[in-house]
Design a binder for this molecule. Structure first.
Ligand code: DP6
Length: 328
């Protein structure tokens, strides 16, 4: 099945007059059990389920207008968007393009683009919502998560606040690979952003995971391990057990990075400052502070801790940007 066929069975239609506008917003999410590896790149189906937490104060706000014309016009934070960004957006918008029409897209991101802070996740989730608004589909969140998934896998999880699980699904047609929220809240949970480098990463996650699946001899162990992490994290969240959550999330991230490093040619996202930050986290833990980290396809760390550990964590990471995912 092509992605065109997949999308057509999910949406009621593409009828809207030129000039019709839609808006949508969505939060960034941080995976605690990572998505790494596709089983179908046409429908963007993952080899493993993943679990994330949304950062409600960071994300994307998007406005889309249907226009006559040959070409999409895309702006990012008020400037014409970089060519690669526009190309990726337009390729996804092709799935929803009425004949002869184009889209004007205004995107406001409150996260550095492509710095391992998952701006593509909030971007495609916000855009899916904006199209839902523009075409007046009134789709449910599960269906929107499947549309966003085609744009970027991690976007499937950005339709929700709080914790979300993206189920890998079993079917070849991809209709059971969607994300849903977990009911638990965790008011004391904190995420600290350690931004060691916010420039564009050298290898994007799509290319990085493809190379890992194709060449890493360790990869075979990953899908079952990741599936187990999702189950154990769900239990840790139900029990509100910080130590268990931190241990599983950190181990999951390091195992993913081990598969990246063992590809040919290697994909190493770490820079010296990343390793120094990891060692600082381990030293804090050694000294009794409950803090763990996770990392995505980039050099930055995201620290995981509870509110009572904040003073000790900030003493070691003075520039830390702290987010409370379940702030009232
Ligand atoms: C390491 O969702 O960016 O952040 O589906 O190819 O767009 P594509 O990949 P993407 O990969 C995210 C990888 C990750 C882990 C995660 O967010 O689960």
């Amino acid at each position: 099945m092509t992605r065109h066929e997949f999308v057509r069975q999910l949406i009621p239609g593409l009828t809207a007059a030129p000039g019709t506008c839609g808006t949508g917003s969505a939060p960034v999410n941080i995976a605690l059990a990572k998505y790494w590896g596709k089983r179908d790149s046409e429908l963007n189906l993952p080899r493993n389920s993943s679990l994330s937490v949304a950062l409600p104060s960071l994300g994307t706000r998007t406005r889309v207008i249907l226009i006559d014309g040959p070409q999409d016009r895309v702006t990012l934070n008020g400037q014409p968007a970089p060519e690669g960004f526009t190309r990726r957006l337009s390729a996804w918008l092709d799935l929803f393009r009425p004949a002869g029409a184009a889209f004007e897209v205004e995107t406001e991101n409150s996260v550095p683009t492509a710095a391992g802070l998952a701006s593509s996740a909030s971007g495609f989730a916000a855009l899916a919502r904006a199209l839902d608004d523009l075409f007046d589909w009134q789709l449910d969140a599960r269906t929107l998560s499947m549309l966003a998934r085609i744009g970027s896998g991690s976007a499937s999880r950005s339709l929700f606040d709080g914790f979300a699980v993206w189920h890998r699904g079993e079917r070849d047609d991809g209709l059971d690979s969607w994300a849903e929220p977990l009911p638990q809240r965790w008011p004391a949970l904190r995420i600290g952003l350690v931004e060691v480098d916010v420039t564009q990463k050298p290898v994007g996650s799509t290319a990085g995971m493809t190379r890992t699946v194709d060449t890493c001899p360790l990869y075979d162990a990953w899908p079952d391990f990741a599936e187990r992490c999702v189950r154990d994290l769900t239990a840790a969240i139900e029990a509100r057990d910080m130590e268990k959550l931190g241990e599983i999330a950190e181990h999951n991230a390091l195992t993913m990075h081990a598969t990246m490093i063992a590809t040919r040619p290697p994909v190493l996202y770490w820079i010296p400052e990343s390793v120094a930050a990891m060692q600082r986290v381990w030293a804090l833990r050694q000294a009794g502070t409950g803090v763990w980290f996770t990392m995505d396809a980039g050099p930055n760390l995201k620290l995981l801790f509870e509110a009572d550990a904040r003073p000790a964590v900030v003493a070691a990471f003075p520039d830390l940007r702290i987010i409370a995912p379940f702030a009232p």
